[in-house]
Design a protein around this ligand. Structure first.
Ligand SMILES: C[S@@+](CC[C@H](N)C(=O)[O-])C[C@H]1O[C@@H](n2cnc3c(N)ncnc32)[C@H](O)[C@@H]1O
Length: 284
């Protein structure tokens, strides 16, 4: 069934304060898009939110849903910069939802619920989802050949909760080449099972197949190097805070996250992983 609530809590409920030490100031926990390689992470994260909001055709009269909203960077951007009528976020993590709701951002609500079973009272005029799909299919389900059906269920649900004419700005991390080197294979296996239990990065071809018959892929842009650069920057910031992290949360947490982020840098460099952004149009 992909990641359960308890598994998502392993990934995101370590401590909000811990993540604040090494993510950007708005706590985007996904790939940024760099206009130039010397651009600061903060600006590159805003570029990412602009691209996906443009893909979702966000305008002020719309109600937009962010599926897997994390610590609310996107819903905050939708409210304060794009001035939408309403931005709703959904996350499986209660700690994340509480954190965003406590900020009382105008026209923003965050729901702590499982998107797969959630029934919104009203339909949305557009969707954004940034690296949530990697929680939908477990490694076991992928081995049983269920990935495309699971992703298709997700796209069907997205269709059902939107109004005709809706657009969807989607971002997914991707699983590309399989490592041939023992150490790389071992590290990726370790990250999959220890940092993001219950989930698996999708394959690009699975997503492209699964959108049918609900959404049309108008644009698909891969950004492998951008996620390599983002995870490298997260690791640099984590290491700058090594002393604080070791003393507040113990040696194991620092060492686990240093290994995880180092594995990501290698995975993007060697094409084991990549990232894609999609502009999807609802098929009416
Ligand atoms: C990698 S984080 C990305 C957060 C945010 N989109 C960002 O860009 O920082 C993945 C998010 O997906 C959420 N998520 C995973 N499975 C979910 C589900 N079944 N229903 C709702 N949210 C889910 C997690 O709670 C988390 O907020």
């Amino acid at each position: 069934m992909g990641s359960t609530k308890a598994e998502v809590e392993v990934s995101y409920d370590v401590s909000n304060e811990f993540f604040r030490l090494w993510l950007d100031e708005r706590m985007n926990y996904t790939c940024a898009v760099y206009e130039s390689w010397d651009q600061p992470l903060e600006a590159a994260q805003l570029n990412k939110l602009k691209i996906l909001s443009d893909f979702a055709k966000v305008t002020p009269e719309k109600r937009i849903l962010d599926i897997g909203c994390g610590w609310g960077a996107c819903v905050e951007y939708l409210s304060t910069t794009r001035k939408v009528k309403e931005a709703v976020g959904i996350t499986l993590s209660s700690a994340m939802a509480d954190e965003v709701n406590a900020r009382k951002i105008p026209n923003v609500t965050v729901v702590a619920n499982d998107f797969r079973t959630w029934e919104p009272a009203e339909k949305f005029d557009g969707l954004i989802s940034i690296c949530m799909m990697d929680h939908l299919c477990s490694p076991e389900e992928a081995r049983q050949g269920k990935a495309i059906d699971i992703y298709r269920q997700f796209f069907k649900k997205c269709w059902e909760i939107t109004t005709p004419g809706s657009w969807f700005g989607l971002q997914t991390i991707l699983r590309n080449r399989t490592p041939r080197r023992g150490k790389d294979l071992e590290d990726i296996f370790w990250v999959t099972h220890n940092i993001f239990p219950g989930g698996l990065n999708p394959r690009l071809e699975d997503i492209i197949q699964a959108v049918n018959p609900y959404w049309e892929v108008v644009t698909c842009h891969t950004r492998r190097e951008h996620y390599g650069k983002t995870t490298g920057e997260w690791q640099r910031r984590l290491r700058l805070n090594e002393k604080t992290i070791r003393s507040k949360w113990g040696d194991k947490l620092f060492e686990d996250y240093d290994r995880y982020l180092g594995t990501c840098v290698t995975a993007f460099e060697k094409h084991y992983s990549s990232l894609a952004q999609y502009e999807l149009r609802r098929i009416d």
